[in-house]
Design a protein around this ligand. Structure first.
Ligand code: NDP
Length: 608
């Protein structure tokens, strides 16, 4: 953990790398907490109600005792795409399970006002060509995404055998029978030849471990369980019941950005408690142009999706099909910018020159974002507080067209905690810097559990061959082959972000993994095998490749202000995103999987 560095003097008129570094370090160090991910409160025991489902009435049913070919745990986007690709590969006997009352995953849970996709909907909503659907706007809102995912689940017949409102409590491999035994909180006890575990990576709400969190007697909820009974309105806004309420919101990440404008519009008084500002780029949402949609040729979605990932990871430098904030930032910050500078100089740059050049171009991008704040926010002190001082990719980049202007409203106050976070709660107030802000309701936009053990986030134990527990096997971090299989756990697959290449567009990652999963399962079926399992040697090799690729990402995040991406500054956390994902370019990972399938030798995977 770095020592807290001194605050630099006033900002020089021109770019000064030394000053910028000192400023970034100072802002980072203020935010470092020795507890790292343990600073958050788990939503169990006294806090378990924060994870209750406010959207679907519980329906009683009889326990299920049968056998299915494939059980998929999780009914979110990744599971739906995986099940779709399985069905297309001819595998029909699929059962999807989820705690939620319907399909949708993160889009089932997140229904806060203003909820919207921050990746272009034409590449984020999966299976558009398969369903012959075009989203109505460039950045679709949550309801449309949820309904599309549910339409996809219907299209692929996933409702027929699904167990919703059902939480898996355990999963154990039976070697003699060659199947998994699965138990649930509905007293189900069924078996499955193959299982896919797809819990999502930002699923379990987390709360800040702020002293007095149990003492606050006003109304509280987490953004992923929005209480419209209390606020009135719906996902599109209209929070009329807040007209006489003083509301506090903690959290200014991607979620905070989207719901603060609605809270500001309707609450009598809104306090936004900020620890670290997000960057807020222009969104520029617009309705879909029907003429553009009519001209799309078959295969367009995959082409666009692949192009976006190639542009954002610096591989494609010429054709930018999406052309939005994500791709424009990437083109000015990564390899394309270096290529342009090299051409301008007429010679190769040294590594040191490249590092300095990229540091400066990053500053230029964030400087434009700071200027945007000055242009929109009228109170100079508030504008200053809203400025982010870290490299753009240290945190998930934010985009919104109404967030900043919300702070010009007379009923909205930004409470800048200057990196320290909220001090404590009393029965009726939030305390920052010794000042008590009295409120009626407190909303936690504090994000989701990241960087804790996989099985803790999953909520149940997986017991493999010879009683091997996954929590023991992964106690010092995940061990997989290509992120999908782990030795000792035959016929078990992992979907989502487990040792995978990461595109900013999660749907692309999900799609590539779904293809690989469907290939493995259909090969298993075609060859009439009883078990499919990664070898210990192949797993070891993948771990080495993962660790090598991860070093560059770790070095970048060491200089960053903390976030869930860096396990709150604990970059060596074996359960964090840096350790559990492929740190190289996502397309290297996707291309490697495609080559592996094309070889058709199942290198490192044993069929028996
Ligand atoms: P985040 O984890 O990004 O943000 C949590 C917020 O809570 C941060 O601002 C954090 O501050 C703040 N916080 C935590 N503890 C305290 C404290 N003690 N005092 C004050 N503030 C505190 O969660 P989000 O829900 O905003 O977003 C999570 C992710 O979900 C996004 O990064 C994105 O990947 C995804 N998402 C995607 C959307 C989409 O459109 N596709 C929309 C919304 C979310 P600090 O920054 O200092 O830690």
């Amino acid at each position: 953990m770095p020592e807290t560095t001194a605050a630099p003097g006033p900002q020089p008129a021109q770019f000064d790398a030394e000053w910028v570094r000192a400023k970034y370090n100072h802002e980072r160090d203020k935010r470092m907490r020795p507890e790292a991910v343990d600073q958050y409160v788990e939503v169990t025991a006294d806090f378990s109600h924060y994870a209750d489902d406010p959207y679907t009435e519980r329906v009683e049913r009889d326990p299920v005792r049968d056998h299915v070919q494939v059980a998929i745990i999780g009914a979110g986007l990744g599971s739906i795409v995986a099940a779709a690709r399985l069905r297309e590969a001819g595998v029909d006997d699929i059962r999807v399970l989820d705690t939620a009352g319907d399909f949708g995953g993160t889009w089932y849970w997140n229904r806060y006002p203003g909820v919207q996709c921050d990746i272009e909907s034409y590449i984020y909503l999966p299976l558009l060509e398969e369903l012959n659907y075009i989203p109505t706007e460039r950045y679709a809102h949550g309801k449309e995404i949820r309904e599309h995912l549910q339409a996809a689940a219907r299209h692929y017949g996933l409702y027929d055998n699904a167990l919703l409102q059902t939480t898996v409590t355990g999963m154990e491999w039976n070697d003699a029978a060659g199947h998994w035994a699965i138990t649930t909180d509905r007293v189900d006890a069924f078996t499955a030849t193959l299982v896919a575990v797809s819990p999502g990576s930002l699923t379990r709400p987390k709360l800040p471990g702020i002293p007095g969190i149990n003492e606050f007697a006003g109304h509280t909820f987490h953004t992923s369980r929005w209480d419209y009974g209390y606020t009135g309105g719906d996902e599109s806004g209209g929070l009329t019941k807040l007209a006489d309420k003083r509301v506090g919101i903690i959290g200014t990440g991607a979620t905070g950005l989207q719901c603060v404008p609605h809270l500001g519009e309707w609450a009598q008084q809104l306090y936004v408690f900020q620890r670290t500002p997000s960057t807020v780029g222009e969104r520029g949402n617009r309705p879909t142009d029907p003429q553009w949609a009519a001209g799309l040729q078959p295969g367009w979605q995959r082409e666009r999706m692949e192009n976006f990932t190639r542009v954002t990871c610096g591989v494609e430098m010429v054709v930018d099909l999406v052309d939005d904030g994500w791709t424009r930032n990437a083109l000015s910050l990564n390899d394309p910018a270096v290529a342009r500078e090299t051409a301008r100089l007429g010679r190769e740059m040294t590594l040191e020159e490249i590092t300095e050049f990229l540091f400066r171009t990053d500053w230029e991008v964030t400087q434009r974002l700071r200027a945007r704040i000055d242009a929109i926010v009228t109170d100079p002190a508030t504008a200053e507080s809203l400025k982010a001082w870290y490299r753009l990719n240290c945190k998930r980049t934010g985009f919104h067209d109404d967030y900043l202007a919300t702070f010009n409203r007379p009923n909205v106050t930004l409470v800048d905690t200057d990196g320290r976070g909220v001090e404590r709660f009393t029965e009726n107030a939030v305390v920052v810097n010794g000042v008590e802000y009295e409120i009626d309701a407190l909303i936690f936009a504090t994000g989701f559990e990241v960087g804790t053990e996989f099985t803790r986030r999953l909520g149940f134990e997986i017991v493999g061959r010879d009683g091997l527990r996954l929590s023991d096997k992964w106690a010092k971090g995940m061990r997989t082959l290509h992120g999908l299989q782990t030795h000792g756990f035959p016929n078990c697959f992992f979907l989502g972000y487990t040792q995978s290449g990461v595109s900013p567009n999660y749907t692309h990652t999900a799609e590539e993994r779904a293809r690989h999963f469907a290939y493995l399962v259909s090969t298993f079926v075609q060859r009439g095998a009883g078990t499919i399992e990664a070898t210990a040697e192949a797993e070891e090799e993948w771990l080495t490749a993962m660790n090598e690729a991860g070093e560059k990402a770790k070095a970048f995040y060491a200089d960053c202000t903390p976030s869930y991406l860096s396990s709150e500054g604990d970059k060596d956390n074996p359960h964090g995103m840096l350790a559990t994902n492929f740190g190289g370019k996502p397309v290297e990972f996707f291309d490697m999987l495609a080559r592996w399938r094309a070889d058709d030798t199942l290198d490192g995977v044993e069929l028996r």
